[in-house]
Ligand binder design. Structure first.
Ligand code: DGY
Length: 348
């Protein structure tokens, strides 16, 4: 699909993206926009080299693509100046290789913060109240009347939410769980989440003044402290060498038997094989996963576990957010090829 065929700058998008604002922006800035219409979901390096062709000023790509030396070399040979990842995470991008070829890398933070946090909160609720299991039970025609023990789960109020990685998304999630369900907070991050701490303190004071039990917060001095003390643990670190298999067999064994683990960050942060074993041996332990170690696959056994909720990497999937991500991705390309004011560029 081609927009503005006579445009001066050639910008390739490896996927069709929601909305038209991003196309409009590029076209108004004299870009010829080419959108790949290939049906297969994940494009190979060869597919993308063919898309780049001989002349390409910038590419908007996806987190499913492997942007390493080969692609940046091809983009640089085609005269490219910018690569814009339509995602906040950029573990699929070798930023050093991009820099070597003089190509700027953009990502899309901010517009997906609340949407992603909302999915983490949804998974937390769904896991604690066993909503997916109960839904399957109804659809299977198994419900034959109310019972005192039927799908008994946990009450979040008064429990402790643990956040590992209290950046933008982790903090937004924490706020939702604290304000929405009056949970106490324990978090672990290399940096102090000052704004989050101020919020919990003020909210705790408000509850106290209203005659309610105040909520508390604590910055843990180690990750293990969070694992041992929290009832619901949500993972929000970036994926790099230091966070690969951050949650492994040993760390899983430190969590409470009835804990809930949520992952809306990146799959390899959790050792999925160890997780499946843990779920098998701890039926009261529950997990809500949006991401997987080797997407689009799941480790054998995971889909059979009644104590696991699995969804296909949809944390940022709200219309407003996806259109915002597409717009931001286009702005990032323009920021480099036309010095257009840009919002986000981690290696600028
Ligand atoms: C991201 O942006 O990194 C998410 O995984 C997809 O929105």
């Amino acid at each position: 699909e081609v927009w503005n065929p006579s445009g001066k700058y050639r910008v390739v998008s490896t996927k069709s993206m929601p909305g038209t604002r991003w196309i409009d922006l590029l076209v108004r800035q004299d870009c010829r926009v080419e959108i790949c219409t290939e049906k297969k979901t994940i494009l190979s390096v060869e597919d993308i080299i063919a898309l780049i062709g001989n002349k390409c000023d910038g590419v908007i790509g996806q987190l499913t693509e492997d942007w390493g030396d080969t692609l940046f070399s091809a983009l640089s040979k085609a005269g490219g100046k910018a690569f814009s990842n339509m995602a906040v995470g950029y573990n699929n991008v070798d930023v050093d290789a991009a820099t070597k070829y003089g190509i700027a890398v953009g990502n899309t933070p901010g517009v997906l913060t609340e949407t992603t946090a909302e999915l983490a909160a949804s998974l937390s609720l769904a896991a604690s109240r066993r909503i997916v299991e109960a839904d399957g039970f109804m659809r299977a025609g198994l419900y034959d009347g109310w019972l005192p023990h039927l799908f008994v789960g946990n009450l979040l109020k008064g429990q402790t939410v643990g956040v590992i990685g209290a950046g933008r998304i982790g903090s937004a999630y924490a706020r939702m769980m604290i304000e929405g369900f009056k949970m106490n907070l324990i978090y672990y991050d290399l940096y102090q989440a000052t704004r989050l701490e101020k919020f919990v303190t003020a909210y705790g004071q408000f509850l106290k003044a209203s005659g309610e039990q105040p909520v508390t917060w604590k910055r843990a001095s180690s990750m293990d402290e969070v694992l041992q003390q929290a009832d619901v643990i949500s993972l929000h670190p970036i994926l790099d060498k230091t966070t690969y298999h951050l949650i492994n067999k040993e760390r899983l064994s430190k969590m409470k038997k009835e804990a809930i683990l949520i992952n809306c960050s990146r799959g390899p942060v959790v050792d999925e094989e160890a997780l499946v074993e843990h779920l098998k041996h701890n039926p009261m332990f529950r997990v809500g996963l949006d991401v997987f170690e080797d997407e689009p696959y799941m480790k054998p056994g995971l889909a059979d576990m009644p104590n696991a909720i699995v969804v296909p990497h949809i944390a940022s999937a709200s219309k407003w957010t996806r259109e915002g991500m597409a717009t931001l991705a286009a702005l990032n390309v323009l920021g480099k090829i036309k010095e257009y004011p840009t919002w986000s560029n981690p290696n600028a």
